[in-house]
Design a protein around this ligand. Structure first.
Ligand code: GLA
Length: 562
C-alpha cells in the first residue's frame, strides 16, 4: 500500500508519534555509522572458547541437547579451562517472526524460549550464543537479521545472549548505484524549511549537473554519485537550532534497482539511505532520513561510497556490530547492571577479505569455507589461515572455523595436530563434538577419553590463550612446517607440523629466528623446552631435532634459562 503524505500524517497523529522519531525508528540498521573505528567491546581479549551445535547436530538441534551439552561442559570441568560459550547455531528460530516483528524460537524444538534457556545456561556459569545471517534468511532458509538489525540486536540483548555468529547466506549487497540528486532539504517543526539545491553545491569526482525536462522546476539534477566516485557537498549550511531534523533527499528517479546513499554530517556522522527501484510512473522522488544537527554551520556530503562487495559486507557487518554494542548497553541500563558484551563472530567465509576490515566490525571473522571432519579440510583451512597472522591481535581474531576434534574419522594424531594448529593460530576454540561422551555413566569425566585429553590440555590451551595475543608465523613451509608463536614473559611456542602420512625428521633452530623483531626470547646458552603432548621438559642449546609422526605435530614452549 502506498502511504500518501496526508495519510502518513494522519497515522502519526492517531498514534501520537512525532514524524522525526518515526522516521528514526524506521531507519534501517544503525541510524548513525562511525566508519574506520576499531570494534572494541572487551568480549575477546584472548580467542573465545566454547562449543557450537552445528558440527554435531546441524539442523537437528533442540533445547534438550543444548542443556545436556551445557551440563556436560560443566561436569567435565571444561568451563574451568575457558570453554564458556554454548552456541546455538542455525535452526533455533521459528519460520516466522512474532506479531511485533521479533525473532522467536522454534515452538516445537525450543518451546521454553531462548530467554529461559539463557537463564539455565547462565545458572551453570556458562554463556549462551546465538546465530542468524547477514541476509534475508539463514543458510537453512529461516528468518534472518538483514534489515532487522536493531530489533534483533535488542532481542538478543534482552534474552541475555553473549555470543552472536552472523552468517552470510541470502545476503543482499548494498547497491553501488547512487542517487540522482536534485536537492536536500532540512525540516523541523517550528523552524523554516532549508532547501539546498544540488546543482549549486560543490561537486566532486564524477558528479555532474544534468537536466531532465520531465522533472519539476528547472529539471536540474546531479548524477555520477555511484561507487565512491562522486560527491555533492553543501558547505556552511546554517542550522537555526540543535536537534533532530528530517533530511529529505529530493531525487530524480532512475533504474529498476535499489540505490544507496550516505548523508555525512561534518565528516563524522553517517546516515545510510536506501532508495527503492522505480517503475518510472513519475520522475520526482524523495527519501527521508532523520539527522541530528548542532546549531550553527554544518557541512553535509551526499554520495554512495560503496564500490565493491567488500565495501558492502564491511558496512553491513559494522552496522550489526554497532547495534549489538548499543543493545547490550541499553539492556544493561534497563536492568541496572553492568553491560554483558556480545562477542561478535563474523561468518562470511573469507569471501571479501574480512581480515582487512573485520577488526572495525567484530571480534572474529571466518577466513575460509566450512570445515569438515576430514584431514583434507583441516589442512586446506590451515594453509589459508596460517598466512593471515598479521591481522590477529587481542580483541580481534582470524577464525578458521569451529573444531572438528573428535568428529568423523580423524585419527588421534590428526586430532592432536588440528587442535595444536588452532592453538598456534590463536584461533577461537569452539568445540564441535559431542561433549556428553566425555562423561562416565556416574557423571564424572572420563579421563581416558582421547578427545577430552586433547581439548583439555592446559598447556596447549595456554599457548592459544596467551595474553600477548599473537597468531603464529610460519618460518618454514614444506611437507613439514615450522611455526613460531611469541608468548608473554619472553617465551616462545614452536610447532613442528608434519603434513605427510609418513614420519619425518624435523628441526628448529634459534638461528632461524635470530633477526626477527617480533620474537623476544633472551639469548642464552641453555633453554628449557617443554614438550606439550609428551608432558616432559628437556634442556636445549637452541637446536631441536625430532622425528614427527605422520599427520602430527610436536608442540613446545621454550624459555631461556638464567
Ligand atoms: C554456514 C556456516 C556454518 C553454519 C551453517 C548453518 O554454512 O558457515 O558454520 O553456521 O551455515 O546453516
Amino acid at each position: 500500500m502506498k502511504l500518501s503524505q496526508t495519510s502518513f500524517s494522519k497515522t502519526l497523529k492517531k498514534h501520537k508519534l512525532c514524524p522525526v522519531c518515526t522516521i528514526r525508528r524506521l531507519q534501517s540498521a544503525a541510524g548513525v555509522h562511525v566508519e574506520g573505528v576499531g570494534f572494541e567491546n572487551g568480549a575477546a581479549p584472548t580467542p573465545p572458547m566454547g562449543w557450537s551445535s552445528w558440527n554435531l547436530f546441524g539442523r537437528n538441534v533442540n533445547e534438550r541437547v543444548i542443556l545436556e551439552t551445557a551440563k556436560a561442559i560443566k561436569a567435565a570441568h571444561l568451563d574451568e579451562l575457558g570453554y564458556v560459550y554454548v552456541n546455538v547455531d542455525d535452526c533455533w528460530m521459528a519460520s516466522v517472526r512474532d506479531a511485533e516483528g521479533r525473532l522467536q524460537s522454534d515452538p516445537v524444538t525450543f518451546p521454553s524460549g531462548i530467554k529461559a534457556l539463557a537463564k539455565e545456561v547462565n545458572a551453570l556459569g556458562l554463556k549462551l550464543g546465538l546465530y542468524t545471517s547477514n541476509g534475508t534468511e539463514t543458510c537453512e532458509d529461516l528468518p534472518s537479521s538483514l534489515y532487522h538489525e536493531r530489533t534483533d540486536a535488542e532481542t538478543f540483548a534482552d534474552w541475555g545472549i553473549e555470543y552472536f555468529k552472523y552468517d552470510f547466506c541470502h545476503n543482499k549487497p548494498i547497491p553501488t548505484a547512487g542517487p540522482e540528486l536534485r536537492a536536500v532539504s532540512l525540516s523541523r517543526p517550528g523552524t523554516d524549511e532549508i532547501v539546498l539545491e544540488a546543482a549549486k553545491a560543490e561537486l566532486r569526482g564524477t558528479a555532474e549537473v544534468l537536466t531532465d525536462d520531465r522533472l519539476s522546476g528547472d529539471g536540474a539534477y546531479v548524477a555520477g554519485l555511484d561507487s565512491g566516485n562522486g560527491a555533492v557537498i553543501f558547505y556552511d549550511v546554517e542550522v537555526p537550532e540543535a536537534g533532530d531534523y528530517t533530511l529529505t533527499l529530493h531525487l530524480r528517479k532512475w533504474g529498476y534497482f535499489r540505490k544507496y546513499a550516505e548523508v555525512e554530517v561534518d565528516a563524522k556522522d553517517i546516515y545510510p539511505v536506501t532508495i527503492p527501484p522505480t517503475r518510472g510512473g513519475s520522475h520526482d522522488g524523495k527519501a527521508h532520513v532523520t539527522v541530528t544537527l548542532p546549531a550553527g554551520k554544518v557541512n553535509i556530503r551526499v554520495r554512495n561510497p560503496v564500490g565493491s562487495f567488500a565495501d558492502s559486507a564491511a558496512k553491513q557487518y559494522r552496522a550489526m556490530g554497532l547495534e549489538l554494542q548499543r543493545a547490550a548497553k541499553l539492556t544493561a541500563e534497563k536492568e541496572g547492571r553492568e553491560p554483558k558484551p556480545i562477542c561478535f563472530s563474523i561468518c562470511e567465509w573469507g569471501l571479501n577479505r574480512p581480515w582487512k576490515w573485520g577488526a572495525t566490525a567484530g571480534n572474529l571473522w571466518r577466513t575460509t569455507p566450512d570445515i569438515r571432519p576430514t584431514w583434507a579440510s583441516v589442512l586446506s583451512i590451515y594453509e589459508r589461515n596460517v598466512l593471515l597472522s598479521k591481522y590477529a591481535g587481542p580483541g580481534h581474531w582470524n577464525d578458521p572455523d569451529m573444531l572438528e576434534v573428535g568428529n568423523g574419522n580423524l585419527t588421534d594424531n590428526e586430532n592432536t595436530a588440528h587442535f595444536s594448529l588452532w592453538c598456534m593460530m590463536a584461533a577461537p576454540l569452539i568445540l564441535g563434538n559431542d561433549v556428553r561422551t566425555f562423561l562416565l555413566p556416574d557423571g564424572r569425566p572420563d579421563l581416558s577419553n582421547k578427545t577430552l585429553r586433547i581439548i583439555a590440555n592446559k598447556q596447549a590451551i595456554s599457548i592459544n590463550q596467551d595474553p600477548l595475543g599473537k597468531q603464529c608465523v610460519r618460518i618454514k613451509a614444506g611437507l613439514c612446517d615450522v611455526l613460531i608463536k611469541p608468548l608473554a614473559n619472553k617465551e616462545l611456542a614452536v610447532c613442528l607440523f608434519n603434513k605427510t602420512t609418513a614420519p619425518k625428521e624435523a628441526a628448529f633452530s634459534l638461528a632461524q629466528i635470530a633477526n626477527r623483531g617480533d620474537v623476544d626470547l633472551p639469548k642464552s646458552d641453555r633453554y628449557t623446552v617443554y614438550d606439550v603432548w609428551e608432558n616432559t621438559t628437556f634442556v636445549s642449546n637452541g637446536e631441536i631435532g625430532e622425528k614427527v609422526a605422520g599427520r602430527s605435530v610436536k608442540l613446545y614452549r621454550i624459555k631461556a634459562m638464567a
